[in-house]
Ligand binder design. Structure first.
Ligand code: SF4
Length: 392
């Protein structure tokens, strides 16, 4: 690790809102499909944890980013979301221009909802469109259709929320490259400020994984998956979107500052069921987490929303466990995350620099002084490159 990697006080906060109308066929996130009673009790627990954290001394600096993720945070409705935003404003000081992101699904987007969100201080919306092919959306188990996705995007563009991001998926079984690119082109007509374009992963235990494993669906061939990503990559610069991370593209200045902080190995607080946080030793101690002489402490909450509500009700913070990380663990994590960024990562250790130079000879990495970055070809095999570096 280099001196610039020293984990400082947290300036980012992640809040997990785990509720969804249904579980999408590919999803293995910490979510709850339940009625409004659990949502109310969850919000009370979340506000209790928020109060504890805000008074703990773990946050010495104004927050630069707040990310309301899920789950489907937009499902919370204006009253609950308003209470949460008020509590966030009362509990923490926010830096000028603090990025406040709300993840939303098309079903909950309406002109009235977007006005509420803008009024509450949400200045970045991230919309889960995923595909604009109706059979594909049904296969994914999504609750919206293509028309709803585009309508939602249009309303967000008109809402006055300064930044709008879209999520699209590639490599979905049954969706042709033509259909994927058609969807991409239709989204780009709305000139989103940011686009996340992820390959569908078939997570163990999900319906999509079972469908593929049982032979009822064919997994997308690697060459086709690659063709989709390369075609998207080729189209996006003309739409003003520049790649800054393996799967993320933005207009200048519209990068997700919250996610950039993760990828740069920065510290962040987390609230809510299943949420993971990462803090330097002093901030972790302020939360009552064992820190010893660790450089960084990772912690995570009870994953199940009802369990989280119960333990917070019994006086706990909702944090289930934590792990102390030393310099070498942090250095490797920072390397793996930093290589995801097109700007690359600063590598202090000669052993890693030497291994990077060997991989650079194959055209997968570029090494400039102590900075190592993946080439576009290297980005396609990033996991393998990272493993090779870590094993060096
Ligand atoms: S909306 Fe998102 S979080 Fe909810 S089930 Fe679908 S993929 Fe998972």
């Amino acid at each position: 690790m280099t001196a610039e990697d020293h984990p400082g006080p947290p300036r980012s906060l992640y809040v997990h809102l785990p509720f969804c109308r249904r579980r999408c066929a590919y999803c293995d996130f910490a979510i709850a499909v339940s009625g409004s009673d659990l949502q109310d009790r969850y919000l009370e627990a979340l506000l209790r944890e928020l109060l504890f954290v805000s008074r703990s001394g773990a946050v010495g600096q104004p927050l630069e980013t707040i990310h309301l993720g899920g789950g489907t945070p937009s499902l919370l409705g204006p009253t609950r979301l308003g209470r949460l935003m008020e509590a966030l404003a009362a509990g923490f000081s926010w830096a000028e221009g603090c990025e406040v992101t709300l993840e939303a699904n098309p079903e909950e987007v309406s002109p009235a909802a977007t006005r509420d969100w803008a009024r509450m201080g949400i200045n970045r919306a991230s919309l889960g469109i995923q595909s604009l092919s109706n059979p594909t959306l049904r296969w994914l188990g999504r609750g919206h259709d293509a028309a709803q996705g585009l309508k939602a995007l249009g309303w967000l563009r008109e809402s006055g929320i300064p930044q709008v991001s879209c999520d699209l998926m590639s490599a979905i079984p049954g969706q042709s490259t033509g259909a994927f690119l058609d969807g991409l082109d239709r989204v780009l007509r709305f000139q989103p400020d940011h686009l996340s374009c992820y390959e569908l992963t078939l997570e163990p235990g999900t319906t999509t994984r079972r469908l593929v494993d049982s032979g009822r669906c064919r997994q997308v061939a690697e060459a086709v998956a690659l063709e989709q990503l390369r075609s998207a990559r080729a189209r996006l610069p003309a739409a003003g979107l520049t790649r800054y991370e393996v799967s993320n593209y933005s207009r200048p200045g519209c990068e997700s500052r919250h996610n950039l902080n993760y990828w740069k190995g920065g510290t962040y607080l987390a609230l809510g069921a299943g949420a993971h946080g990462f803090l330097g030793g002093p901030a972790a101690s302020a939360l009552g987490l064992p820190a010893g002489c660790a450089r960084g402490v990772r912690y995570w909450h009870y994953r199940d929303a009802a369990t989280y509500v119960r333990v917070v009700g019994q006086g706990s913070t909702g944090i289930r466990s934590s792990e102390q990380l030393d310099d070498s663990q942090l250095g490797l994590e920072r390397l793996a995350l930093g290589l995801r960024l097109t700007q690359g990562v600063k590598v202090g250790e000669e052993r890693l620099l030497a291994a990077s130079r060997r991989l650079a000879a194959h055209g997968w990495l570029e090494v400039e002084g102590e900075r190592v970055r993946a080439t576009p070809e290297g980005m396609e095999i990033l996991e393998r490159l990272t493993l090779e570096l870590v094993a060096a």
